[in-house]
Ligand binder design. Structure first.
Ligand code: CA2
Length: 155
């Protein structure tokens, strides 16, 4: 049987992870996070592909392509940290809804314990699940949750 595949998407400024604001985001780099995701998926008999962009339109293109791959049975879903676009992007909300791909919205920090402008998410109403405030371990929790949902749907 072909292993389940997951796309891990990171949005704007997450390429700077581990280089600035360690009090909020920790010392782990994006490369470390991607290695963590690869290992977590392999332990669970799955595969991940990791991508990061600072550009809203690029993220939208990737979500749309993920929808096509999901409909073709080639992708279990997307673990997505949209960064600050979480709080601003109706376009990403529409892309997720339109694509039909299960998305697990993931945030390193507890956005609800931070500034008021981070309390609202345009992504949450379109998401299949949400992981917030577990640091970079949240990516592993999101991969686990997505695989559990995918396997339950297959059974
Ligand atoms: O907690 C999260 O994962 C966030 O999605 C991170 C975003 C923030 O805008 C969201 O409100 C919550 C920011 C990502 C920027 O990451 C940086 C990392 C190091 C240095 C500067 C920014």
């Amino acid at each position: 049987m072909t292993p389940l595949k997951i796309l891990v998407l990171n949005g704007p400024n997450l390429n700077l992870l581990g280089q600035r604001e360690p009090a909020v985001y920790g010392h782990t780099t994006l490369a470390d996070v991607e290695a963590l995701c690869q290992a977590a998926a392999a332990e669970r008999g799955a595969e991940v592909e990791c991508r990061q962009s600072n550009h809203e339109g690029v993220l939208i293109d990737w979500v749309q392509a993920a929808g096509a791959a999901y409909r073709a049975g080639e992708l279990a879903g997307v673990v997505f940290n949209p960064g600050a676009y979480t709080h601003t992007s109706v376009a990403l909300h529409d892309a997720i809804k339109g694509s039909g791909v299960p998305v697990i919205e993931t945030h390193i920090s507890n956005v609800h314990a931070r500034e008021a402008f981070r309390h609202h998410s345009h992504i949450s109403p379109a998401a299949a699940g949400i992981v917030v405030g577990f640091g970079v371990d949240g990516y592993v929790l999101a991969i686990d949750g997505l695989l559990r949902k995918a396997r339950a749907a297959q059974a």
